[in-house]
Write a protein that binds this ligand. Structure first.
Ligand SMILES: Nc1ncnc2c1ncn2[C@@H]1O[C@H](COP(=O)(O)OP(=O)(O)OP(=O)(O)O)[C@@H](O)[C@H]1O
Ligand SMILES: [Mg+2]
Length: 488
């Protein structure tokens, strides 16, 4: 791709950016949230049209003005935000563009068995082809998406933050798969905010910043700190900043909670000023446990005590009213109103701060949103723009900001830094620390072990719906977590 430019209204998303990927090469496309990575990828995949620039495949200029053009040229893409149809089955999604031969009825038996074979080939025989995609975990939806792309013999495969929702074991499988495609000469463009993945997997890199090209080269010739410096324009001293919080009284206590087969006899408590981690594999019941506490899912039995009072939340709104906040892992379905403005999304859980006797104080609200978002280095045009116009990482920052501003006594952050660039991660950690210092009880659910180890005073590790261990800060390390996460 040569000298590609693209603007959205007043925003220059890309300014004469070039990137070159060889056959059989894994090329990392990196940069801060809002740098222009997804936009560049969407131009290659035909989702957006460029304002100017040239795309060449095998040396020849090509014209890509629709997703179909891209597909016919052998470009397959796995987007950051999924493109799956939630009400269709796994098998239907995988073969969505060729459900039947022309004029023939769909052969369901064959469709399902073909899908099963593909999934097994990828090491995911545990995903049922007949299940509705919408009922799968985010991680498994991702696998279905990858599977769908691979049925199309791609020459160029684009992966936009593919590992953001996968667990360690699943990431290993994905990397093996990518390695296999590379051997077959497929060119792979890989977007990730995880520096370790870039060093483990990629051959070369291109760095973007604020829509501009910064540099390109071989991964083996560059250090981690150099890449971070190119991305964010400064050094990062400490990934996990110090916290000076005092542990206070118990804020939330859960006793013998049961809900379906993913939440079995769960008991725990978290105190004011404490940061409690939930670790374990995707599907181990971490998210489901908290969903049951908040009344998103039905409880079978158990007792929940919040601020000394037994509570029975029927829906998250009840919990929020009492001061218990919940940043969900899936910002699209539970967290954000994507067709509402950035301003509304940021303040919708904290209207008390910006209203007086029920009237919205617009000036105050605007100032408040501006300050909070700049603290998180959120990149946006106007706060009246829809949240959907933001880059993935910046959307995550909005859903985080929403809860930070909500005056909660206890907040659950489910995957708080998913898709967020390294610089902004540290800012999120700093805000979590300051919440704890103000006496908020914080719960972090995270698939990133380093995040649990770096941030938590104490962690509960779950496997198959049960808590398999509780580990204090001084004993928290990857080996212990993995061992406990595999138990059960
Ligand atoms: N559909 C759109 N409408 C308006 N602005 C957009 C749209 N898509 C992207 N932008 C803007 O273009 C810029 C680049 O966004 P892009 O999604 O390419 O970033 P990114 O590098 O992928 O970031 P992230 O790491 O957060 O995913 C951002 O400022 C974003 O707000
Ligand atoms: Mg992106």
């Amino acid at each position: 791709m040569e000298n590609i430019s693209k603007h959205f209204g007043g925003t220059r998303a890309l300014n004469e950016v070039s990137v070159r990927v060889e056959p059989g090469e894994i090329h990392a496309l990196i940069g801060e949230n809002g740098a222009g990575k997804s936009t560049l990828i969407k131009i290659l995949s035909g989702a957006y049209t460029k304002d100017q620039g040239t795309i060449r495949i095998d040396g020849a200029p090509v014209s890509i003005s629709s997703p179909l053009d891209a597909k016919n040229l052998g470009v397959a893409v796995i987007y950051q935000e999924f493109m799956l149809a939630p009400d269709l089955s796994v098998a239907e999604n995988i073969f969505i563009d060729r459900l039947s031969e022309k004029g023939k009825l769909i052969n369901w038996k064959k469709l399902n068995s073909d899908a099963r074979e593909r999934l097994e080939g990828l090491g995911f025989g545990n995903i049922s082809p007949q299940k509705k995609v919408g009922s799968l975990s985010v991680a498994h939806q991702q696998i279905v998406e990858i599977c769908k792309c691979l049925t199309r013999n791609a020459k160029i495969l684009i992966l936009d933050e593919p590992t953001a929702v996968l667990t360690v074991a699943e990431i290993e499988k994905l990397f093996r798969l990518i390695g296999f495609l590379k051997e077959q000469g497929v060119s792979i463009l890989f977007v990730s905010h995880h520096m370790n993945e870039i060093f483990e997997l990629c051959d070369s890199y291109t760095v973007l910043k604020d829509g501009c090209f910064v540099s390109t080269g071989k991964v083996k010739d560059v250090h981690n700190d150099d890449l971070i410096h190119m991305m964010i324009g400064r050094e990062l001293k400490n990934m996990y900043p110090e916290r000076n919080a005092r542990k206070g009284d118990v804020v939330l206590r859960v006793e013998n909670l049961n809900a379906g087969d993913r939440v079995r006899n769960i008991s725990f408590e978290v105190c004011a000023g404490e940061v409690l981690g939930f670790s374990g594999l995707v599907g181990s019941g971490r998210t489901e446990t908290l969903r049951a506490v908040f009344g998103v899912d039905k409880r079978d039995s158990g007792k929940i005590v919040f601020l000394g009072e037994e509570v029975d939340f029927k829906e998250p709104r009840d919990a929020v009213k009492k001061g218990l906040g919940y940043l969900s892992e899936n910002r699209k379905t539970l967290g954000l109103l994507v067709n509402q403005s950035i301003r509304i999304n940021t303040t919708m859980s904290s209207l008390g701060k910006v209203t007086r006797r029920g009237f919205l104080k617009h000036k105050k609200e605007k100032e408040y949103v501006k300050e909070l978002l700049s603290k998180l280095s959120t990149k946006y045009g106007s706060m009246e723009d829809d949240v959907s116009s933001l880059s993935g990482g910046n959307q995550q920052k909005i859903s985080f900001a929403k809860w930070v501003s909500a005056d909660c006594r206890c907040i659950v952050f489910d995957e708080p830094t998913r898709g967020v660039d390294v610089g902004a991660k540290v800012e999120i950690y700093e805000i979590i620390n300051s919440l704890a210092e103000q006496g908020v009880a914080v719960i972090i659910i995270s698939s990133e072990m380093t995040e649990i180890i770096g941030m938590c005073d104490r962690a509960l590790i779950m496997a198959q719906g049960r808590i398999t261990g509780e580990v204090g800060k001084e004993f928290l390390n990857e080996d212990t977590i993995i061992k406990l996460a595999m138990e059960g």
